[in-house]
Design a protein around this ligand. Structure first.
Ligand code: F6R
Length: 622
């Protein structure tokens, strides 16, 4: 949902900024732009619509834009269509906004987030003689900073903090002021922003991979803080303009983890990283035959006191919640509600004492999930975040955090983070069951063994990926695909369907198999592909019957089932087998062929798998 970068140091800024933006393109890719300053000369702005390579071409890979200080942006449109005029950076002065050249402006800025009261602020600025060239909320913020800067004449920090008090919404802002060459000013509320330093240079970015090539020492700037970024030095201020100190964090993960490493796409690489992501996550929790939640801070006393669990998330993370619901209810017997974060935040769900609200989020920045977390806290619930990005807002605001160890996920469609979330929830369920005495010591030991065996079983599924590749070429012309299953198999169907539609643009739906006959079955016609997930032994016959109902109406059937269930082949046209595991954990295996099916179908259509249209990795707007 937009990525921003900044650099100030001794090197040419534009190539460094472009390099950083390339790592952030997953956050948005409908236009991009740079503003670079050469000493005390005016900032030069260059923008281009479309993917980042067009900006790189336009600036001769950054070489035509001299200067050692600059900011950059890659956009996912919120206010205003994806056009040159709306592309960032935005400027405080009067100009056409359409393109390139030196800007006669006191303030130039880039922004990730959304300013809710921008219309009201624009009115105010129009009244003060400002003229607007774009439809963006960002231009309003940049001009508001300029307004306070000129009105009070006490410098950038003061102008920015006054603006922060006035705006409502979310932002990570990077600004350059004409009177302060060699410096970038940044501010943050509810949108991600990190600042890195090296000996003679400083960097800022929406996400760590953008600067990892240059430095591993980063500051996580807090909400409602401002940073003054100079070469090799950063100062932080609170909303009163008082200087505050922040800890410097060393990033320990490998830069190679954020590169494609020989794979054609990030998504395929990340699908293959699942054994590692799952193993690392399981190993961080399961130690010497125990589940160790000491880092999470969930004590046995807390676990015993729980009477209700609410799981809140969006998209694939919500699908993890749907799967976890069946596992927790079956193993632990605590009632579980799974809510879409975008709905939860506006509902009046009673949250009683003893309720644990679990927010699941890869990015830790999803606006709806963050808002739901805050609502849950306001209503007095204890909160637990299952998050992948260390130091993200949801991780910081929840009472307890369980980090998944999937590493950086770049492809917009999630795979390895989803799988890491699944096993984290499974480990949690098993531990809750042990503490509350709903499973025996023997069952506990066996479940942990099964959990630890999952990475190897995922690896075995990946070794047979060519069969899925072949099948995807057969179904490439499908118009509608239905994914059906019951119980946990329904939760897996939800994720399979989302993987298919978001990257292949083929319409697909997931249905609880028994529900199909209540209306949707009328859509089944000759050749409609129906994919049945058949991993739950007690529901197997029922789902097979539902698939037969589809077949008799002309459907073409694919089934996913556990090794040994060979009778499936009597009923379906194509079968995929997954290794046997405890049925509570089967989602971790059954989802892999479905991820591959979505991936190869997208490739067959020649689509941009890693950056599907209209999407962004981290949805920081409502
Ligand atoms: C789908 C996908 C999205 C995310 C959703 C939540 O492949 O990636 O549905 O799962 O936007 O994102 P996080 O987990 O970052 O809160």
């Amino acid at each position: 949902m937009c990525g921003i970068v900044g650099y100030t140091g001794n090197h040419q800024a534009a190539p460094i900024l472009l390099d950083g933006l390339a790592k952030l393109e997953y956050r948005g890719y409908d236009s991009a732009g740079l503003a670079v300053r050469d000493g005390s000369k005016l900032a030069e702005v260059v923008k281009a619509t479309g993917k980042l390579y067009r900006l790189a071409d336009k600036t001769d890979q950054g070489r035509s834009l001299p200067g050692t200080c600059g900011i950059g942006h890659t956009r996912w449109a919120t206010h205003g269509d994806p056009s040159m005029i709306n592309a960032h950076p935005h400027v405080s002065g009067n100009c056409s906004g359409s393109g390139s050249g030196a800007v006669e402006s006191d303030v130039v800025g880039v922004h990730n987030g959304i300013i809710e009261n921008f219309a009201e602020l624009k009115e105010k600025l129009l009244h003060h003689g400002y003229v607007f060239y774009s439809d963006t909320d960002t231009e309003v913020v940049v001009k508001l900073v300029d307004y306070y800067y000129k009105k009070y004449k006490i410098g950038p920090i003061d102008a920015i903090t006054r603006t922060m008090v006035r705006v409502r919404g979310s932002y990570a802002l990077a600004l350059m002021f004409r009177d302060y060459p060699g410096e970038v000013f940044a501010a943050r509320k509810d949108s991600p922003l990190i600042i890195g330093t090296a000996d003679d240079a400083s960097y800022l970015a929406s996400d760590v991979p953008a600067i990892l090539k240059y430095t591993r020492s980063v500051y996580y700037i807090d909400n409602l803080q401002v940073a003054r970024v100079a070469p090799g030095s950063v100062k932080f201020y609170d909303l009163n303009g008082d200087e505050v100190s922040l800890p410097l964090t060393e990033i320990t993960w490998d830069a190679a983890a954020a590169e494609k490493g020989g794979y054609e796409h990030f998504m395929l690489k990340e699908i293959h990283e699942q054994p590692t992501a799952v193993r690392d996550t399981v190993n961080s929790l399961v130690k010497e035959g125990r589940v160790d939640l000491s880092a999470v801070g969930l004590t046995e006393e807390i676990i015993r006191s729980l009477t209700q669990i609410d799981i809140v998330a969006c998209g694939s993370a919500w699908h993890v919640g749907m799967a976890a619901q069946y596992v927790i209810e079956d193993l632990v017997g605590i009632p579980v509600r799974v809510e879409l974060a975008s709905e939860f935040r506006y509902r009046s769900l009673p949250i009683g004492e003893g309720t644990l609200v679990i927010v699941i989020s890869q990015s830790g920045e999803t606006a709806d999930s963050l808002a739901a977390l805050r609502v849950a806290k306001e209503r007095g619930a204890l909160t637990l975040a299952i998050v992948n990005v260390i130091g993200s807002t949801i991780a910081r605001e929840a009472d307890h955090v369980l980090y998944t160890l999937a590493g950086p996920e770049i492809a917009v469609a999630t795979t390895k983070a989803y799988s890491a979330q699944l096993v984290a929830m499974d480990a949690l369920a098993v531990e809750m069951a042990r503490v509350r005495g709903t499973i025996t010591a023997d069952q506990f030991g066996r479940l942990l063994e099964e959990l630890s065996a999952i990475p190897d079983k995922i690896r075995r599924i990946l070794e047979d990926k060519e069969r899925i590749q072949w099948f995807s070429s057969k179904i490439a012309n499908a118009h509608d695909i239905f994914f059906i299953g019951r119980g946990l198999d329904y939760a897996i169907s939800l994720e399979g369907s989302l993987k298919m539609k978001e990257i292949s643009y083929i319409h697909s739906e997931a249905y609880a198999a028994g529900e199909l006959k209540h209306g949707t079955i009328s859509l089944i016609e000759n050749g409609t592909l129906v994919i049945g997930v058949l991993t739950q032994s007690r529901l197997f016959e029922k789902t097979i019957s539902n698939m037969a109902e589809c077949k008799s109406r002309g459907a073409y059937l694919m089934g996913i089932t556990t090794n040994g269930n060979f009778s499936v082949e009597d009923s379906v046209n194509f079968t995929v087998y997954i290794p046997k595991t405890d049925e509570h954990f089967v989602s971790s295996l059954a989802v892999v062929p479905l991820q591959l099916l979505g991936y190869y179908t997208s490739i067959n259509h020649g689509l941009d798998v890693d950056k599907p249209r209209n999407l962004a990795k981290s949805v920081t707007v409502e």
